[in-house]
Design a protein around this ligand. Sequence first.
Ligand SMILES: N[C@@H](CCC(=O)N[C@@H](CS)C(=O)NCC(=O)O)C(=O)O
Length: 228
Amino acid sequence: MIDLYTSPTPNGWKASITLEELEIPYEVHPIDLGAQQQKTPEFLAMNPNGRIPVIVDRDADDFAVFESGAIMIYLAEKAGKLLPADVKGRSRVIQWLMFQMGGIGPMMGQANVFFRYFPEKIQPAIDRYQNESRRLFEVLDGRLKDHEWLCDDYSLADIANWSWVRIHRWSGVETEGLGGLERWMAAMNDRPACQRGIAVPAPPEAREESETSAAEEVVKSAQSILQR
Ligand SMILES: N[C@@H](CCC(=O)N[C@@H](CS)C(=O)NCC(=O)O)C(=O)O
């Protein structure tokens, strides 16, 4: 049994979708980021960086894993799925996983900060992160134009990138004109495990409809984190 400490964010969904795809039993522990539950001594003992997601493997002497990419690799290796065993196949998946960890995630994250959360609208910063996110979407699209999935088969790479790209409207980045990316997004959206994963620990509507009060709550919570 895995304990999953998470919140309804792209990095959290990477862990919950992976668990759902691998059919590994897990117990969800929702973390209220606005209430700083990720900074308590108990949480910091699991992840000194004070961020979700974190897993604890009860079947491995309560082994704790932080960093969403490391969590995904740990789970895939445990189950023997979603990460090929051969050196080149494994490397290809890790390359596209790192592309998300070092590119898509940080750039869309900063687009969210400057476009959604900062009270001051600093247009050059908004442009920089939205343009860079769009450029990275074009890289994904280039690959997905003639590949069903990012690597040889459906893998961790698809889960990691989709968990972020799916909130592109929240970041203010369009996917228009990127046919390969849009086809792949629809295929990801149709997967039952992806649908279950993004409902953990709460339904994702807040990220999709910026006009709702739930979206306002997300903004308020993110602003309170940025002020600390
Ligand atoms: N590189 C980390 C990033 C984790 C991260 O930034 N988590 C955010 C939510 S998506 C968080 O916990 N923010 C709370 C805070 O900054 O205090 C990962 O991939 O796990």
